[in-house]
Ligand binder design. Structure first.
Ligand SMILES: [Zn+2]
Length: 69
């Protein structure tokens, strides 16, 4: 099997690889047009993020610090 065909998941573009954010980069087929399910901010998530049950960076950072609101 060609290596490229086995590598798709590793080649997903992350929105900001340096920040540790797990959110996917927005694109034409994956626009950042969905609200955060936790805080309700608009246009902070892409459909792929929602499919993975992610929250926005703000909520993710708050969760990492043990904050909840
Ligand atoms: Zn949020």
């Amino acid at each position: 099997m060609p290596y490229e065909d086995d590598d798709y998941e590793d080649r997903i573009q992350f929105a900001d690889p340096g920040s540790g954010s797990a959110l996917r980069a927005a694109s034409k087929s994956n626009p950042r047009n969905r609200p955060c399910p936790r805080c309700g901010r608009k246009n902070v998530l892409t459909p792929l993020d929602v499919a993975h049950h992610y929250v926005c960076d703000h909520c993710a950072n708050a969760a990492e610090r043990g904050l909840d609101y």
